[in-house]
Design a protein around this ligand. Structure first.
Ligand code: ADP
Length: 474
């Protein structure tokens, strides 16, 4: 099948979070299964200059200038050696900038351009995709653009990686950026009191809707998780399916990790211990290598619940011998709290504020626990990464966390993590303390780590679900 992926993020070229890994992993796996996959991204200023021929496609708000990125420009991802999708970028003109998201109305202009260009590209004679696969609010308007000439006949799929981000802008953004024609074909309920909701429009217009875990697919039909879109999600439940994200183990496994100075696997964990020692030194934590190290790699936003972890840290520091390594950036209130904790407990709490791909790998490898206390979690990748590195996930039972982590039972030896129910400090505290209880018994812990490292969430397991979905549309 010919598939065009349209997205704001794509690893390794443009990444702020799981979206980039998920779309790249799926695209790679589809390529490996023999499909002709192409990707369309905005031409962010940080991207290398494309070297291939440039071409222009005509469409609403166009013309659009497209160029192809060279396949091997990101050497640090040398771990990827398989057939890879061809990646095209669309020129953003005066909206070009370094950041992937500006966080203001320029984002509307950028992603309107990307979406319009995707529809135009798909309708051009050169290469017509069977499936136009869009991701999140940034590209949710692609199927709406398909309602205007030149009409791309591709069937559309919209994947929801997080319904908490919807792309709500003043309705005037269409005219401001040269896309006034879109207003005539915009689904009526995508507009309310002068605003337009890009994601709602896409949910109405797409042929099929998917999300990134079965549990989240059910949750978002409810007011608690639907973020105001539960009505349309419930109406479209017949066209909505949850397919778990996969993991790219060529990058995210301790046997092959291109970022680690030492590799390891479940048969010999001695290198993991050395990596832990190295990490403790690097973070200036004085803990003994036998004491538990609790890690967390996360965007710092309310969704992720890191504030809950911060709230219970003082008591955990008092009652246990655990140390903490938190890598993240985002909300200043959450980072401020983590900084205060790190300042007050320099020898046992390290907070690294920022985005650091290499350090993320080192934390999964060097830690014993990975805490993911999300208030909601569409899929979540970090708990799946943590499993493979033998860092036991402590997660809240929601969305993809509930679909990937089973609470360990020391009596039967079954399970791969610590799962708590409530998104509150007591819940996190219980989850961490339960895991630390297992840590204290070496045999129990070894069993749990073996279970965790045996987990297989590789992409090829998920590809048949997407193939079935695509086929049902053609
Ligand atoms: P989300 O997409 O909601 O942020 P996921 O768990 O799906 O959550 O994916 C998060 C991805 O982003 C993982 O690859 C994780 O390692 C990475 N990540 C998050 N914060 C940071 C950070 N501060 N530095 C490096 N990587 C990070």
């Amino acid at each position: 099948m010919k598939i065009l992926m349209v997205c704001a993020e794509f690893a390794p070229w443009a990444k702020t979070g799981g979206l980039a890994d998920a779309v790249a992993g799926l695209s790679d796996a589809l390529c490996a299964s023999g499909h002709d996959v192409r990707v369309l991204l905005p031409r962010y200023a940080h991207l290398p200059a494309p070297r291939g021929t440039r071409h222009t496609v005509e469409g609403v708000g166009g013309p659009f200038r497209l160029a192809e990125l060279e396949p091997d420009q990101k050497a640090e991802h040398a771990g990827r050696r398989r057939a890879r999708p061809r990646v095209f970028v669309v020129d953003l003109g005066d909206l070009t900038g370094d950041a992937i998201y500006t966080g203001d109305a320029r984002d509307a202009g950028r992603f309107l351009r990307l979406s319009a260009a995707a529809a135009a590209f798909s309708a051009a004679k050169a290469w017509r995709p069977d499936v136009l696969h869009c991701h999140d609010w940034h590209t949710a308007l692609v199927p709406v653009f398909q309602r205007l000439p030149p009409r791309a006949t591709a069937r559309s799929v919209l994947t929801l990686h997080n319904v908490g981000y919807q792309g709500i802008f003043a309705a005037s953004v269409f005219a401001e950026h040269g896309f006034a024609a879109l207003e005539q074909v915009l689904p009526a309920d995508a507009r309310a009191s002068g605003d337009t909701n890009f994601l709602r429009a896409g949910l109405r217009a797409a042929d099929r809707v998917t999300t990134v875990s079965p549990t989240y697919a059910d949750e978002i039909r409810l007011p608690e998780f639907g973020m105001g879109l539960e009505d349309v999600l419930d109406e479209r439940s017949g066209d909505l399916v949850g397919i778990l994200n996969g993991v790219d183990y060529s990058v995210w496994s301790p046997e092959r990790d291109p970022f680690l100075p030492q590799r390891y696997d479940a048969k010999d964990l001695a290198p993991k211990r050395r990596l832990k020692k190295r990490l403790l030194g690097r973070l200036k934590l004085v803990a003994d290598v036998d004491a538990p190290l609790v890690g967390s790699v996360s965007r710092l936003v309310a969704q992720k619940g890191i504030d809950l972890l911060a709230a219970v840290m003082p008591a955990l520091l008092q009652d246990t011998n655990a140390s903490f390594a938190v890598l993240g950036n985002g909300d200043p209130a959450i980072s401020g709290e983590l900084r205060r904790l790190a300042d007050a407990h320099r020898t046992r709490v390290s907070f690294i504020e920022g985005y650091d791909e290499a350090l993320a790998h080192e934390i999964f490898a060097g830690s014993d626990l990975t805490v993911v206390p999300s208030r909601y979690e569409p899929c979540g990748l970090t708990q799946m990464y943590a499993l493979r590195y033998g860092s036991i996930p402590v997660v809240r039972a929601t969305g993809g966390l509930a679909d990937t982590i089973r609470h360990f039972d020391a009596a039967t030896g079954l399970g791969n993590g610590s799962v708590f129910r409530d998104a509150d400090p007591q819940g996190v505290s219980w989850g961490v303390r339960t895991a630390l209880g297992w840590y204290a018994d070496q045999d129990v812990w070894s069993q749990l780590v073996r279970n965790a490292m045996a987990a297989d969430f590789s992409w090829p397991l998920q590809v048949p679900h997407y193939e079935e979905l695509y086929r049902s549309l053609l």
